[in-house]
Design a protein around this ligand. Structure first.
Ligand SMILES: [Zn+2]
Length: 187
């Protein structure tokens, strides 16, 4: 649709709905193109409807390591989930190393203190789900998908961060049993 709309042409309900749907998800110029109206007229109509046309589309980047769409990757092309996974592995290795240096008596002291602590329920919230919705526009679907992928990234990071933090505390408690200064060692 490339028909040139006159400034006076009234907005149809359908056009208003399209504008409401697209505002903020794609650039204003693109919305004007879809509607076959000028950028100025589209901006004016959006203003009248109290709609922000600031495009908030998030660009996702591909992490080759975990083969997923992420909010960002570092210079090495790795996302924060992949970095956290590596940090967790490092910390678990540190725990195993400290544990290997404990005497059977020290291990018994440590084990009984850990048992007293009990197992606390994980505070990991449920895995995000793709929002199911009625037939919507491609733009709305894209946006819902982006929101879902960002929520999933945050959740995957959290899922690794929880055991990472727990391992840090275990490491500190083991070092206390060993009589090592927890501040001196690796984090
Ligand atoms: Zn990754």
């Amino acid at each position: 649709m490339t028909r040139r709309g006159s400034a006076q042409r009234p907005w149809t309900t359908e056009e208003i709905e399209t504008l409401q749907e697209l505002a903020g998800s794609i650039p204003l110029a693109r919305i004007a193109e879809v509607l076959g109206r000028s950028g100025a007229a589209t901006a004016k109509a959006a203003e009248r409807l109290g709609l922000s046309t600031r495009c908030i589309r998030t660009r996702l980047v591909w992490c080759r390591e975990c083969a997923g769409w992420r909010s960002s990757v570092d210079a090495a092309g790795r996302c924060r989930v992949c970095r956290m996974r590596e940090q967790l592995a490092g910390r678990e290795a540190a725990c195993a190393e400290v544990y290997s240096r404990m005497s059977p008596e020290q291990r018994a002291v440590y084990s009984s203190s850990e048992a007293k602590r009990g197992t606390r329920p994980s505070s990991l919230e449920p895995r995000p789900r793709m929002r199911a919705s009625c037939p919507v526009s491609r733009y709305q679907r894209d946006r819902a998908r982006t929101d879902y992928l960002l929520a999933l990234e945050a959740w995957e990071h959290r899922r690794l961060e929880l055991p990472y933090n727990a391992a840090k505390k275990r490491l500190q408690r083991m070092r206390e049993v060993l009589g090592e200064n927890p501040r001196k060692g690796r984090g």
